[in-house]
Design a protein around this ligand. Structure first.
Ligand code: ADP
Ligand code: ADP
Length: 222
């Protein structure tokens, strides 16, 4: 699914985001990326989303070379990916249903298909009967689950998350990680950037550790 071959990212101001990063992730894997602020986690996610291009090395997503694709191909690359943010970026003046439906409306799917897929996505995050509510009616854990439903509603092969539990207490954080595991069990590759080492250690998935743009660890956490 993902193949980094000595990928480097140097920003225009000379900052090194990533330095000769190499790793592969198979389809269906679940992995964490950790590291201090400035380690390169966001750079890694932005390269996968083709928001940035590598300045050296080779980056393949589902066999496609993200350093070589044309700008016109970028939207098609992004359709294979779902993204969950720390602050979920929900629209607070629209219902839960409308928030989750948004990516499908952008794809121009027929209304009946949208309704079917949104209901399915809400069911996957245990918010089955909450579509008509507004995000403000939900707890912060439920809001984050709406963010996850919206990220998976177009059935992406890869789900990326950037500090998805950053604002949640430990119990809710563990619950949200359980939702990611459920989604992974259905075949979606999941890659989560997180600082929460205690939570990561309990989950026993593959962990990539970055330090100043370099990979310094790859394996199960100790
Ligand atoms: P975090 O530590 O939570 O990952 P950062 O402070 O590293 O957040 O980055 C927040 C945002 O600012 C990111 O979008 C990143 O690309 C951008 N950013 C970080 N460092 C710089 C920089 N030196 N110049 C411009 N933008 C930067
Ligand atoms: P993290 O997400 O782990 O905090 P980042 O990928 O944001 O790390 O940052 C890695 C390095 O790249 C840092 O030195 C940061 O300042 C730099 N950086 C990140 N984004 C930008 C940017 N847009 N412009 C310039 N430098 C950046």
């Amino acid at each position: 699914m993902i193949r980094f071959e000595q990928v480097g990212k140097r920003y225009a101001n000379g900052h090194v985001g990533l330095h000769e990063l190499s790793f592969r992730a198979r389809r269906g894997e679940f992995l964490f990326v950790t590291g201090h602020s400035g380690a390169g986690k966001s750079t890694l996610l932005r390269l996968l989303l083709a928001l940035e291009r590598p300045t050296s090395g080779k980056l393949l997503l589902a066999g496609q070379d993200l350093g070589e694709i044309s700008n016109a191909q970028i939207p098609f690359v992004r359709r294979q990916i779902g993204v969950v943010f720390q602050n979920h970026h929900l629209l607070f003046d629209r219902s839960v249903f409308a928030n989750v439906a948004l990516p499908l409306q952008i794809l121009g799917l027929p209304r009946a298909e949208i309704e079917r897929r949104v209901s399915e996505a809400l069911e996957r995050v245990s918010l089955k009967d909450m579509g008509e509510l507004l995000p403000a009616d939900l707890s912060s854990g439920q809001q984050q689950r709406v963010g996850i439903a919206r990220a998976v509603v177009h059935q992406p092969a890869l789900l990326l998350a950037d500090e998805p539990t950053g604002n949640l207490d430990p119990r809710l954080a563990a619950e949200i990680m359980g939702v990611f595991e459920d989604i992974n069990r259905l075949g979606t590759t999941v890659l989560i950037a997180s600082h929460d080492l205690a939570l990561i250690a309990r989950m026993r998935h593959r962990l990539l550790t970055l330090q100043r743009g370099r990979l310094i660890g790859d394996g199960e956490p100790d």
